[in-house]
Design a binder for this molecule. Structure first.
Ligand code: WQD
Length: 339
C-alpha cells in the first residue's frame, strides 16, 4: 500500500481527505499539533474506516521534530499539506503570526520532501489567490489580483514557494485551489468544528439555526449581484476530499505536464448568500434569524470556478448539490448539539 503523509490531518478538509484516501487503498499517517483541531476527530474517522489513523502531534515549524517523522517513516510516497491557519479576519489582526506559521511550516515540509526524496506533493491552496477577479468564472490561468487578506497572501506566496522548490528538486507537485468547502461526511461522523464564533457562512447559519448564536448577519446586500449579496462557489467537503485522491493518483502515474499542475476545485456554480440561506431553510425546515449588516472588509464581490481542467484531467466530478451540502451541514450541527 502506498503511504501518504497528511499534514493538518485533524482539520476539516484533512480528516475528510484521510477517509477518502484510505477508502481508495492508501495508507495514511497524519501530522497535526492540534493547535486548531482536536485529535478526537480521528477516532470518528476510525468509526467510518474500521482502522486507526496515526497522528504525530508535532509543530511543523520545528524542523527537527518534523524530520523525526520522516526518519521513522522511510516509505512515504506522497505528502498532502493542509496545515495552516485559515481565519481571514484573524490574519488581518495578526499578519506576522500567519506568515510565520503558514510559510514556516510549508518551507519545513518542503525541506523534508527534498531531503527524504518524497516524489509527490499536493498543496492546499484556495480561490482566494484570485483576489477580486475581473472576469468570472475563473480558470487556473486567470491573473491573480492582490490578495484581500494576509491569509490570502500566504496562499499566493505558498504557491510561489512550492513552484520554486519543485524546480530545484525531483518533487512533482499539484496546487489545489478550493472554492468554499462546506457540508459534512454522509455518515455524519465527521464535519467542521469551528473554533469560537464561526467566520464562515455555513457554520454561522447552522449555529444560528440551532440556537448557539442568537442571530447572524448578511455582510452586505448592496453588491452588484442578482440579489445584492456576494456570490461564492460552495463545494461539498467530500468532493474536495476525493479530488486529493485523484490528484495523488495523477502524480503517482506521472501525468503532470507542467510542474506544479494547478486545479480549481469548485462546482462551477455561483450562489449568493441569500440563496444559500434559502437552500438551508428549505432543506432543514428551520426559519433562520438573520439581518443585513454592513459589508465585510476584504470580501470578494463574486467568484466561482471554471472546473473543466479538474474534470477533464483528474477525472473529477463533484457529486453534491447545494441542498445536499446544507442538509449534511445541518445534520452535523445536530450531532454536535448532543455532545
Ligand atoms: C462567504 C460569504 C461573506 C459569514 C474564506 C477564505 C477561503 C476559505 C473560506 C478557508 C461572504 C458571507 C459570511 C456571515 C455572511 N478559507 N457571510 N455572514 O470569505 O468566501 O472564503 O473562507 O478555508 O479561502 O477566503 O468564505 O464563508 O467567510 O463567506 O454574510 O456570518 O458569506 O460576507 O460573502 P469566504 P465565508
Amino acid at each position: 500500500m502506498k503511504k501518504i503523509l497528511v499534514t493538518g490531518g485533524c482539520g476539516y478538509i484533512g480528516v475528510h481527505t484521510i477517509v477518502d484516501l484510505v477508502q481508495n487503498g492508501y495508507e495514511v499517517i497524519s501530522i497535526d499539533n492540534n493547535s486548531r483541531s482536536s485529535i478526537t476527530i480521528l477516532d470518528n474517522a476510525e468509526k467510518i474506516l474500521g482502522k486507526k489513523i496515526k497522528n504525530y502531534v508535532v509543530d511543523l515549524c520545528n524542523l527537527k521534530d518534523t524530520e523525526t517523522i520522516f526518519e521513522e517513516n522511510k516509505d512515504i510516497t506522497g505528502i498532502i499539506h493542509f496545515a495552516a491557519y485559515k481565519a481571514v479576519g484573524e490574519s488581518v489582526e495578526k499578519p506576522l503570526m500567519y506568515y510565520e506559521n503558514n510559510l514556516g511550516s510549508l518551507i519545513n515540509i518542503l525541506k523534508c520532501a527534498a531531503k527524504y526524496a518524497i516524489p509527490n506533493f499536493v498543496f492546499s491552496s484556495s480561490c482566494t489567490v484570485y483576489g477580486n477577479p475581473d472576469v468570472i468564472p475563473v480558470t487556473e490561468d486567470t491573473p491573480q489580483k492582490p490578495a484581500e487578506s494576509p491569509y490570502g497572501a500566504t496562499k499566493q506566496m505558498g504557491e510561489v514557494i512550492v513552484r520554486d522548490a519543485v524546480k530545484s528538486n525531483h518533487v512533482q507537485a499539484i496546487l489545489l485551489r478550493y472554492f468554499n468547502p462546506v457540508g459534512a461526511h454522509p455518515s455524519i461522523s465527521i464535519g467542521e468544528i469551528p473554533l469560537g464564533r464561526p467566520a464562515n457562512l455555513v457554520p454561522a447559519i447552522t449555529q444560528t439555526a440551532i440556537g448557539k448564536l442568537p442571530t447572524m448577519q448578511i455582510w452586505g446586500q448592496d453588491y452588484p449581484t442578482r440579489d445584492g449579496s456576494c456570490v461564492r462557489d460552495y463545494i461539498h467537503v467530500c468532493d474536495i476530499a476525493h479530488a486529493h485522491t485523484l490528484a495523488l493518483n495523477f502524480l503517482i502515474s506521472n501525468q503532470n505536464t507542467v510542474n506544479p499542475e494547478i486545479f480549481n476545485l469548485g462546482t462551477g456554480d455561483g450562489f449568493t448568500v441569500l440563496e444559500v440561506i434559502n437552500a438551508f431553510e428549505k432543506t432543514s425546515g428551520v426559519k433562520l434569524n438573520y439581518s443585513v449588516g454592513p459589508r465585510r472588509t476584504g470580501d470578494v464581490v463574486a467568484i466561482y470556478a471554471n472546473n473543466s481542467k479538474a474534470k477533464n484531467e483528474l477525472g473529477w466530478q463533484p457529486k453534491y448539490n447545494l441542498d445536499e451540502m446544507m442538509d449534511s451541514a445541518w445534520k452535523w450541527e445536530l450531532t454536535l448539539k448532543k455532545d
